[in-house]
Structure formats: C-alpha cells, structure tokens
Design a binder for this molecule. Structure first.
Ligand SMILES: Nc1ncnc2c1ncn2[C@@H]1O[C@H](COP(=O)(O)OP(=O)(O)OP(=O)(O)O)[C@@H](O)[C@H]1O
Ligand SMILES: [Mg+2]
Length: 191
C-alpha cells in the first residue's frame, strides 16, 4: 500500500509523516518513507533549483516539472520493491503536488503518465495564512495569494480523485489522531 500526504507548504506533511511512520511501526508494520523530491540526481537538482527565489519563471517551472517527473520514474522501482517486501509506503508529496502547484495540468498529466499513483492520498487542508504563519522568521518564498490558489487546486483535486481530507488547522496531535482514524480500518491493524 502506497499512502501519500499532500498539502500546501506548512500544512504539516513532514511533521505528520514522522508521527505516522512511528505509529505504523508500533503497529508492527515495516515502513518505507518517501520524500519528494528524493535524493536521486534529478531530485538533488530540483532541491538546488528550489533554493533560488527566482525559480518562478514559466521556463524554469517547466524544467522543474520535467525533473520532478524524472525523479518519480526513478522512485517508482523503489516503491514497487518496498511493496513486494510487504512494506507500507508513506510519502511526503506525490505527482499530485505537481498538479496542484504548476500550470498546464494536461502537460503535467502527460509527462507523469507512467508513474505509479498513490493508493490513498490524505490531504492536510489548512488556511494559507495560517500555514505561512508557521514559517514566521524563516526563509520562505511562497506568498499568501499563491498558496491560497494552490489550496484551491488541492481541494478540487480532492473532489475528483477521492482524497481523504483532514482539517490541518488543528493542533499536531489532533491531526495525527484524525490520520490514524482514516488509516487504521484500511490497513487492518491498530484498529
Ligand atoms: N498542526 C500544526 N499546528 C501548528 N504548527 C504545526 C502543525 N503542523 C506542523 N506545524 C509546524 O509548522 C511548521 C511546518 O510544518 P511541516 O514542516 O511539517 O510542514 P510541511 O507541510 O512539511 O511544509 P513544506 O511543504 O514546506 O515541507 C513546522 O515548524 C511545524 O512544527
Ligand atoms: Mg515538509
């Protein structure tokens, strides 16, 4: 099973992935953790390019789109392998992030046509201003208007693709409990 946490910057994906991984392990599952972009060569290039605050031109966005798709193609084998070994795969972002953040969804779908899609997506839905307030004092490039648009894109994707939506305006523990409630019947453990 391949489970993915999605949501805008500051929605709590990394925080919740860490808690989720630990919980699944206490339930006796072997956990394979994925963080997009990964540490493959294209993934490392993406990470470097994202540190540039001027990386928002359409041209560079398209280059990033292609690199993300390549990174996922490389990742696919690792996910398949983990699943073969009976591990549960939990992922911080997936190809749905490209759809939510980038323009031209038809093109994003096309270049991601052969990648493996998550079995289950949990959307951590949070108000854009609240999410940004969590980065106060830290370097952060996104602005409230852009994140608001990305949030709307996510909510639209959630409708179309049956994501499970969790209210991520709540505190860390409450969000974790809500994720557990969603997952436990689906993994048949820790119910
Ligand atoms: N539910 C919450 N309530 C308050 N603060 C939170 C909550 N979840 C996470 N945080 C804090 O908000 C900040 C961002 O959280 P986190 O890094 O988990 O978000 P993220 O979705 O992974 O963001 P990014 O997309 O930028 O990687 C961290 O400082 C984290 O401790
Ligand atoms: Mg994160």
């Amino acid at each position: 099973m391949y489970v993915c946490l999605e949501g805008i910057d500051g929605s709590g994906k990394s925080t919740q992935l860490a808690m989720l991984g630990e919980w699944l392990e206490t339930c006796g599952l072997e956990v394979f953790r994925v963080f997009e972009p990964t540490e493959s060569p294209p993934g490392l290039l993406i990470r470097e390019m994202l540190t540039d605050s001027k990386a928002t031109t359409p041209h560079i966005q398209r280059i990033l789109g292609l690199l993300f798709a390549a990174d996922r193609m490389i990742l696919m084998d690792k996910i398949r392998n983990a699943e073969k070994q009976g591990q549960i795969v939990i992922s911080d972002r997936s190809f749905y992030s490209s759809l939510a953040y980038q323009d031209d969804p038809e093109w994003i779908l096309e270049i991601n046509r052969y990648i493996k899609k998550p079995d289950l997506v949990i959307l951590l839905d949070v108000d854009a201003k609240k999410a940004l307030s969590r980065f106060e004092g830290k370097d952060h490039f996104e602005n409230p208007k852009f994140l608001k648009k990305v949030r709307e894109n996510y909510l639209e994707l959630a409708q179309k693709n049956n994501f499970l939506v969790v209210n991520a305006n709540n505190g860390v523990r409450k969000v974790h409990e809500d994720i557990k409630i969603i997952l436990s019947p689906r993994i048949g453990r820790c119910v």
